[in-house]
Ligand binder design. Sequence first.
Ligand code: RIB
Ligand code: CA
Length: 320
Amino acid sequence: MSRTPHKVVLDTDPGIDDALAILLALASPEIVLRALTVTGGNCPLEDGVRNALNVLALAQAPHVPVHSGVALPLLRPPFTAPETHGDHGLGYATLPAAPFGSADEHAVDAIIREIMAAPGEIVLVAVGPLTNVALAIRREPRIVQAVRDVIFMGGAFRVEGNTTPLAEFNVYVDPHAAQIVLQSGMPLTIIPWDITREVRLTQAHVDRLLRQGGPLVQFIADATRFYIEFHLNHFGYAGCSINDPAALALVFMPELAQTEEVFVAVDVMSDLSMGKTVGDFQRITTHTPNARVVTAFDSERFVELFVERMERLSRLLPLA
Ligand code: RIB
Ligand code: CA
């Protein structure tokens, strides 16, 4: 018997892999995408809001509200990733302008409203800097108990960072927001760069998708061409890390992952290690674990599922 769909709010900084996570949510019957809440990150906030709207229009999903959120980190200076996602956030892809706009309600208020309106039901998937989430906690602390789960793509524990030698992008951009979330007591699952750097969409996957034809797969090809080039030049990887779709999949396929209960903290003091996430995997300290950290992930099974669902979604959309 099919389960009642999971109600998801996706907090995002779209961003190429964020855009793929939005498409995966729309292609997954196990998910009801209640809202997109946008934060500054991969690209400036206004680009992220436009990208979210245009991706929803591409997928013919005007029913999903897009809420603009906080543009800048709580304390740190603005930091974006044009070298990774392109000057406007979607690589080489260009999309027609959506015929609809963003909601009037602020992202922080939307996160609070969605969670408090359905206690125990909302899964908040956060795949950007945690600024919106941190301010939602400060504005309405009761969301800590009311949210069903928070799944966060971020952090680098036992590998080099992707933004500094130590830090992963989402945490590095706003480490203070990450600290608020980590200290909040929220039910928190973290899928870190340790894991997602190995979850790769390759050119062969993209070529397979292109055999479908149509604007959706052309978008994926144009966006990921930039992203694949970056990963090859910057990391020497063949393919691109689809970090955010992997995080989203944990909502409906938790069996993809193995997790450990870990005490996690973040450095907000040192310029050298700013944004470094530290996990007490060996239980050396006496701190109580505050997160479930993904320590293994079935990347091959997930990427196949992702490609299959993009193929299916593209067949549902008109070719022209
Ligand atoms: O470090 C990878 C994460 O930072 C991903 O969510 C990517 O989209 C960027 O936001
Ligand atoms: Ca992201």
